[in-house]
Design a protein around this ligand. Structure first.
Ligand SMILES: Nc1ncnc2c1ncn2[C@@H]1O[C@H](COP(=O)(O)OP(=O)(O)O)[C@@H](O)[C@H]1O
Ligand SMILES: [Mg+2]
Length: 309
């Protein structure tokens, strides 16, 4: 499938000499939700600014819908909707006028039917005649999205759409994003919330210190790197771990009353059956067993720490 956005060898060195992006390669497919996950200062905003043509790259190329974002800036930019990190909206205008005005800035002919459809999709239609300053935070965020989509772009960039918002509003924004994806918009969202990447993304790109450390299908990522731990609770504490269990890589819990076994969920044989048999042979009695799937968080922390080492 052809890429909607293609980033090749993109580097950005700021005027003070700081290298914020280091030869980034990234392909974004039409219709997908890509989460660009990284800690604060990783280069997320710099990367999307460079893709959108707001920041000039030091080297490398970007195409959007096949248009080079420097040589063919207007064509590339017209395919892009960008919701910046901060809320930046004029206060006294009405919702409908604001969105219509933004569409005009892109040189698009007036199309109130499209804007009505868009505002309805974002559940803003009721508020179309309200002045922006009367809206709640969640509604203001929706207006930012409506503005970004006013010129019918194919790709929507959301820079930290839920940073600093409460849980309820975060869930509301997730619903909005799912809905937009359903209507075929390609979405790139940056986030430092792992749970957001986990909830929203088809693919996850991890960025740290200006470098893309990994780009992978989310489910694949969790399957490949996902480990599960099995904890076996014992009826009485043990002094030391029997050899047969130690050889299997089992560890004794801090309470000395539990055994911890980590296994690969993708492996053909997990070794659990043999493990349980060995526990019985060692004369231990279990009272309970439970498993825990490792999350994207474990994977992310692993990657970023490895990188720091
Ligand atoms: N205009 C600038 N001049 C110099 N350094 C900058 C500038 N903008 C951002 N940076 C630095 O580049 C790095 C990446 O910033 P940014 O892209 O905003 O990260 P993120 O969005 O992932 O938090 C940070 O270390 C930041 O301090
Ligand atoms: Mg940022």
């Amino acid at each position: 499938m052809a890429s909607m956005v293609s980033v090749q060898g993109l580097s950005k060195i700021y005027d003070d000499g700081f290298k914020a992006l280091d030869s980034v390669d990234l392909e974004i497919e039409e219709g997908e939700v890509l989460a660009l996950l990284g800690p604060n200062g990783a280069g997320k905003t710099t990367l999307i600014s460079a893709i959108c043509g707001i920041a000039t790259a030091t080297s490398g190329t970007v195409t959007v819908g096949g248009h080079d974002n420097v040589r063919d800036f207007r064509a590339a930019r017209s395919m892009i909707g960008l919701v910046p990190q901060e809320l930046t909206i004029e206060n006294f205008e009405t919702v409908f006028n604001t969105v219509r005005f933004t569409r005009g800035l892109f040189g698009k002919p007036r199309d109130d039917a499209y804007l009505e459809k868009l505002l309805r999709q974002l559940t803003l239609w009721d508020k179309k005649d309200n002045r922006l300053l009367t809206l709640s935070g969640g509604m203001k965020r929706r207006v930012m999205i409506a503005k970004a989509l006013s010129h019918e772009p194919r790709v929507l960039f959301l820079d930290e759409p839920t940073a600093g918002v409460d849980v309820e509003l975060r869930k509301e924004m997730w619903d909005v994003m799912r809905d937009l994806k359903g209507s075929g918009v390609t979405i790139i969202l940056t986030t430092h919330y792992i749970e957001e990447a986990e909830a929203m993304a088809d693919r996850v790109a991890v960025i740290n210190k200006g470098e893309i450390l990994l780009v992978q299908d989310k489910a694949e990522l969790m399957k490949q790197m996902g480990k599960k731990t099995l904890t076996v609770d014992l009826d009485a504490p043990v002094d030391s771990l029997p050899d047969s269990l130690a050889q299997r890589g089992v560890e004794l819990g801090a309470d000395r009353k539990s055994l911890i076994y980590t296994y690969d969920t993708a492996a053909r044989k997990t070794g659990i059956t043999d493990l349980l048999a060995d526990i019985r042979k060692a004369g231990l009695h279990l009272t309970d067993v439970h498993t825990k799937q490792s999350s994207l968080e474990d994977i992310f922390v692993g990657l970023v720490t490895e990188d720091a080492a």
